[in-house]
Design a protein around this ligand. Structure first.
Ligand code: AMP
Ligand code: MN
Ligand code: MN
Ligand code: MN
Length: 273
């Protein structure tokens, strides 16, 4: 594989630090990776530094989770001008709402006898964007669940007793946030969201790509999203959504895209300048 364009690090809910991911990517023979942490670009500098002097390109990326009606719609952003102050201010605000949400989840869990403290969750997350897997980790430490998956299945998935929704952000706003940093907005894993009806409106608002290649996309889904890309002139991207060992698809670099897609992303970015 040439490029894996969907990877999480310890800047959000990934298990490995950015420099470790760079080591793995080099061992796997990848040429390009993108760190796409949830609501954070804080891992990028370390990854870029670790890749310096090697052939590996690190594309500055992000994944912004948004909601539309009852469905989560995630937007990836690539080639971000991530040091832009107004962009970082917006990410800070989003992460702040996640802290409030985590506190509410801790309270909700306490009501049903799963006693954690917010400080414990915060210690596990460290500097990272607080995500549900950090709460799951605290539940493992407390002996309430046997694994992250167990925590989601019994408590943390939507509809389960510990679940609190994130502050609503719609996908059009997520696109606008990425555009603010001159990034390329891409619809993440559309086969999971199953909201193809939104694609035309998202394209009108500036969507420039679709994550066609994804571990849980069937061949029919891949064909369908290739068709959307051709119809609307969108770039096809792909990646593993790697979060580390023991997570849903722990195979860095096994799904992704060839050089042509990365070249197309670069070309699109050059049009924005
Ligand atoms: P959050 O952004 O705080 O809502 O947390 C969502 C994150 O939890 C996702 O990005 C996944 O990494 C992880 N996740 C979601 N569902 C599951 C699941 N069923 N099992 C394990 N991890 C999950
Ligand atoms: Mn995640
Ligand atoms: Mn996602
Ligand atoms: Mn992801």
């Amino acid at each position: 594989m040439y490029a894996d364009l969907h990877i999480h690090s310890t800047a959000s809910d990934g298990i490995h630090a950015p420099d470790k991911i760079v080591d793995f990517a080099l061992k796997k023979g990848l040429s390009v990776i993108s760190l796409t942490d949830h609501d954070s670009t804080d891992g990028i500098d370390q990854a870029v530094e670790a890749a310096r002097g090697t052939h590996l390109e690190v594309i500055p990326g992000i994944e912004i989770n948004s909601d539309w009606e009852e469905t989560e719609v995630h937007i990836l952003g690539y080639y971000l001008d991530y040091n832009l102050r107004s962009f970082q201010d917006t990410l800070d605000e989003i992460r702040q709402t996640r802290e409030e949400r985590a506190k509410k989840m801790v309270d909700k869990l306490a009501d049903i006898g799963v006693v954690l403290t917010y400080e414990q969750v915060k210690r596990i997350a460290g500097e990272a964007t607080i995500c549900r897997p950090h709460i799951a980790q605290a539940m493992i430490e407390g002996g309430y669940v046997s694994s992250i998956k167990d925590a989601f299945d019994r408590y943390l998935s939507r509809g389960k007793p510990g679940y609190v929704p994130r502050t609503k952000l719609d996908p059009f706003s997520a696109i606008a946030i990425i555009e603010r940093a001159e990034g390329i907005p891409v619809l993440a894993h559309p086969g999971l969201s199953k909201r193809d009806d939104l694609i035309p409106a998202l394209v009108k608002k500036g969507l420039l790509g679709i994550e066609v290649y994804y571990p849980f996309h069937t061949t029919d889904m891949v064909d369908n999203y290739r068709w959307f890309c051709q119809k609307y002139g969108l770039v096809m991207t792909g990646g593993t959504d790697y979060h580390g060992p023991g997570t849903e698809y722990p195979h860095l670099g096994e799904v992704g895209v060839e050089k042509k897609s990365v070249d197309n992303l670069k070309l699109m970015r050059s049009f924005l300048d």
